[in-house]
Design a protein around this ligand. Structure first.
Ligand SMILES: Nc1ncnc2c1ncn2[C@@H]1O[C@H](COP(=O)(O)OP(=O)(O)OP(=O)(O)O)[C@@H](O)[C@H]1O
Length: 279
């Protein structure tokens, strides 16, 4: 389910967790004791309870968990689109209680997040109006980021004239152009074919390493999480919380074949699968 699909509902308050870890220096985003549920009374549905998460500046964090565990719900809370019942989310030291200029979101469904009546360049430039940038500056930023995702000179095309992979590149360029400190990505590669998915993964990995942007990616794909992230956070149970955190340690030079053939990759995958089976 994508973020924009979901209507916000009222919910009952869950108790705050007893213990909360202190935030660390250098964290750009911290989550403490996050609890979120949908519905009330007979339809009360607790999703997240007492969830803590730390994301350091420049870190690539992947959040994995079984289908329906609450990954998208977590991302909606982090992006300020819904307010949790309890707990605190901070970005750059600010408590999140709505959309924040340091956050940009890339959704799975590019066909719904790009505006079909605008050209690619206009789609990327549009949100920059909110930053008070003039037209020339907006267009220059859009062109620069279109080139960064490998689509230089394609700005005149409409989204519907492009393949799914190209459209998702445009959505990524739009998020980058916004120069948010933290990019929140909800299953961004789930709607494209396998080869395009690998290409987009490598593109995002390279951009992240070049630009030093902090990324929080939600995915149900364990291999994708291990390949891309510095840190994989496993969430499980109902209501869900963090059950494991794995520092991947594969370094900057990753390769779709070699990294995935590394024995440490198989070991980490087995650990996550075991965690998910157990919980
Ligand atoms: N707006 C909503 N109102 C009521 N229930 C909701 C809403 N959004 C999600 N849910 C429920 O919350 C639970 C968690 O959904 P969520 O989409 O966050 O899980 P997910 O881990 O992202 O799932 P998937 O991997 O299948 O996309 C599900 O049971 C879902 O039906």
């Amino acid at each position: 389910m994508t973020i924009q699909d979901q209507p916000v509902q009222d919910a009952t308050v869950l108790p705050a967790p007893v213990q909360q870890a202190p935030a660390h220096d250098g964290d750009v985003m911290t989550v403490r004791g996050l609890s979120m549920s949908y519905g009330a009374g007979a339809s009360f549905n607790p999703i997240l309870a007492g969830l803590d998460l730390d994301t350091a500046a420049g870190e690539f964090v992947a959040i994995v968990g079984p289908s329906g565990v609450g990954k998208t719900t977590l991302l909606r809370c982090l992006s300020g689109l819904i307010r949790p019942q309890s707990g605190t989310i901070t970005v750059s030291g600010d408590v999140i209680d709505g959309p924040h200029p340091d956050l940009a979101v890339v959704f799975q469904d590019y066909s719904r997040s790009l505006m079909p009546w605008m050209t690619t360049l206009e789609n990327i430039a549009f949100p920059l109006q909110g930053k008070g940038m003039g037209k020339t500056e907006r267009t220059a930023a859009a062109e620069k980021n279109l080139a960064a995702v490998g689509l230089a000179g394609q700005g005149h095309k409409y989204p519907w004239e492009m393949s799914g992979g190209m459209q998702q590149r445009v959505a990524i360029a739009r998020a980058l152009a916004y120069e948010a400190k933290v990019l929140l990505m909800d299953e961004p590669f789930a709607s494209v074919d396998a080869q395009t998915r690998f290409d987009l993964e490598d593109l995002v990995l390279n951009l992240q390493q070049e630009l030093g942007v902090t990324i929080l990616l939600v995915t149900h794909d364990i291999d994708e999480a291990l390949y891309l992230a510095d840190k994989v956070v496993v969430i499980a149970n109902k209501p869900a919380s963090v059950v494991d955190v794995i520092e991947t340690g594969f370094g900057d030079q990753r390769d779709q074949l070699e990294t995935k053939a590394d024995p440490r990759f198989a070991e980490a995958r087995a650990r996550i699968m075991h965690r998910l089976r157990k919980d």
